[in-house]
Design a protein around this ligand. Structure first.
Ligand SMILES: Nc1ncnc2c1ncn2[C@@H]1O[C@H](COP(=O)(O)OP(=O)(O)OP(=O)(O)O)[C@@H](O)[C@H]1O
Length: 595
């Protein structure tokens, strides 16, 4: 990679393989996408220069102890640190002090993006400023651009639209009305060396080297995404603000890696979005992304706040749950409320109560959605909805089965699962999925966090806030919903999708059980999305360690070609699932609960 000199204030620096730096420091990039790394030309010292823009509320005095070079220009700080340890140590502290964290995003912007790609030089032209910054902060390499420029545009668009979705949703909730608009499906880019990803069964052939297990808690984070809204023309640019992990802001949040990834998607899911789309320019050497006609889909949030509350009142039971249940202790904290274990005075059974303060909920329709789906979908592999109540008109209690074994994520973290245990979890989950899919319900957020176990090893799917009901007229969806690392390629590429997205996510969850984490968890989010879009079936770290049946099961779940991907009904008969132990065989994995 060519090095070149850039002048910033009084510091003369030499860009030195920025992307490879980024690559090796990927967890840092996750936390702060505006980071750029430089080598000091005059001293040739391997210093790291951080470009903090508009963190002007942080005083120079605050910064000085942390760095040996500091230049201020146009409200920007250019900071060089002596070494990485020093850098890491002050980042959090500085960010915490900045009142600009969470700065608002631009609104009313117009999508007007014309991006070109020259395969000879491997350079994009006309990239919106925000996209260029995202790309330069990302681990996506020039080699990646050349290999599949369309995928790069796809994931940039995906990423920025998610941010916009969240914004629009917030606006809508403020105004108490709205209509969801899905992005259209885009034709592929022409005139470049883009290739489509392979369709399946990559396990025997591919040995894509995955990085070492993560040493940090990375996530696509709402704060990190803020400011990435796309416009090529008139939009005021807000720099991305430093990412804060959910664990950092919410001490009660579970410390598992994947649970920390769920919050954003929930905030952003299902929300009205500005539409944008890429289209082929038809020119030999250029890629063009153009606006496409909007496709509209009505959703429950077209209801006003009052209507949502009315719907909720019609769903819940009358009465005071405090005289029916006695809370024992808090067992969990979600984005929408707290979860308690309680005892029923009538049955003496333990139950779980999810308690939500409705005055604090910007997305009440998701909660109504969750209750309706749970109520309608009773099944041994779906967390059983027992009842719900409104307390003092603004507190919602949802009573459900108590799953004392907790989420599968914790089981995975604490144990090495054998194939018969993996098969059992997959079998039970597939039965739950079959039940949902037969009712035209797509879960859309299948992952180990959303599969709970009870003390006897029973396996149940939970978290129905993202569920979509397919109708005859709308038998495909296009909303980008889910958690990135578990998302099917068709979701990342913003194509229409159906129930088989849950099957893909199930395959990723099976990989979690084998390898303890989903593929690409170490990658920064944009790169992870690129890899999902382009790599096809993810490769296993140690394919030789698993049976042919499990490999085949994974290949059927993780088949990029949706038509060839198995349905839940087909998977239930799969050879691998015949290896399943009974739920009793899962209970040894729950020993950690006793500890
Ligand atoms: N029925 C249950 N039995 C036992 N534990 C549960 C039950 N439901 C949820 N939990 C635990 O409580 C915690 C919070 O659950 P919750 O469903 O609120 O989380 P979330 O999906 O992250 O958030 P939200 O749905 O509010 O966005 C999780 O750790 C989950 O494992």
């Amino acid at each position: 990679m060519a090095s070149f000199i850039v002048k910033k204030g009084n510091v003369s620096v030499k860009e030195d393989g920025i992307r490879s730096w980024m690559w090796s420091k990927r967890w840092l990039v996750l936390r702060e996408p505006t980071l750029t790394f430089f080598r000091n030309e005059s001293t040739n010292q391997a210093s790291t220069l951080i470009f903090l823009r508009e963190v002007n509320a942080v005083s120079r005095t605050d910064l000085r102890p942390y760095c040996f070079e500091l230049v201020t220009k146009d409200k920007n700080y250019y900071i060089a640190c002596k070494n990485d340890e020093e850098l890491y140590s002050w980042m959090d502290e500085i960010y915490q002090r900045s009142p600009l964290m969470g700065v608002s995003n631009p609104t009313n912007f117009v999508h007007k993006v014309h991006v070109g790609f020259d395969p000879d030089s491997g350079v994009f032209t006309g990239l919106p400023d925000q996209w260029s910054k995202l790309l330069s902060a990302s681990a996506i390499t020039q080699e990646d651009y050349t290999k599949n420029p369309q995928a790069v545009i796809d994931v940039l668009e995906f990423y920025t639209e998610q941010a916009q979705r969240k914004d629009d949703y917030d606006d809508m909730m403020m105004e108490q009305h709205g209509q969801w608009v899905a992005p259209s499906q885009r034709p592929p880019i022409s005139g470049n060396s883009a290739h489509s990803s392979g369709s399946s069964s990559a396990y025997s052939a591919k040995t894509h080297a995955l990085p070492e297990p993560p040493k940090r808690t990375s996530s696509i984070n709402p704060t990190a995404l803020d400011g990435y809204s796309v416009s090529a023309t008139t939009v005021p640019v807000h720099e991305p603000q430093p990412a804060r992990s959910r664990a950092a802001t919410d001490p009660a949040a579970r410390q598992t890696k994947s649970s920390q990834q769920s919050t954003l998607e929930k905030l952003m899911a299902n929300q009205p979005a500005a539409s944008s789309a890429a289209a082929s320019s038809g020119s030999a050497n250029n890629v063009t992304v153009k606006p496409k006609p909007k496709r509209e889909e009505k959703r429950i949030s077209t209801m006003t706040e009052a209507e949502i509350m009315q719907k909720l009142r019609s769903v819940v039971s009358k009465g005071d749950p405090t005289v029916l249940y006695s809370k024992i202790k808090k067992i969990g904290q979600g984005a929408s409320g707290s979860v308690y274990v309680a005892r029923s005075f009538t049955t003496n059974m333990k139950v779980a109560i999810k308690q939500m303060d409705l005055s604090n909920q910007p997305r009440k329709e998701l909660i109504v959605n969750e209750i309706l789906v749970m109520k309608e979908s009773q099944h041994p592999n779906i967390v059983n909805y027992l009842d719900s109540y409104l307390v003092r008109s603004n507190e919602l209690w949802v009573i459900m089965d108590y799953m004392e074994g907790g989420p599968l994520t914790e089981v995975i973290e604490q144990n090495n699962m054998n194939e018969s245990q993996i098969a059992c979890i997959c079998y039970e989950t597939v039965k739950g999925l079959q039940h949902l899919h037969e009712r035209n319900i797509i879960h859309r957020d299948i992952k180990s966090d959303n599969v709970l176990l009870d003390a006897s090893g029973q396996v149940k799917i939970t978290d129905f806030g993202f569920c979509a009901k397919l109708t005859e007229r709308h038998n495909k969806r296009a909303t980008m919903v889910g958690t990135p690392y578990w998302m099917a390629p068709e979701v990342v590429k913003q194509k229409e999708y159906g129930a088989k997205v849950d099957i893909w996510s199930l395959g990723i969850m099976a990989i979690e059980m084998i390898e303890k984490e989903p593929p690409y968890l170490d990658e920064e989010p944009l790169k992870a999305l690129y890899l999902i879009a382009t790599n096809g079936t993810p490769a296993l770290k140690k394919p030789e360690k698993i049976s042919a049946e499990l490999k085949n099961f994974l290949a059927l779940c993780l088949c990029v070609e949706v038509k060839s991907r198995a349905t839940a009904t087909e998977l239930i008969r799969h050879e691998f699932l015949k290896k399943a132990c009974t739920p009793a065989g899962i209970t040894p994995l729950l020993q950690f609960l006793k500890e």
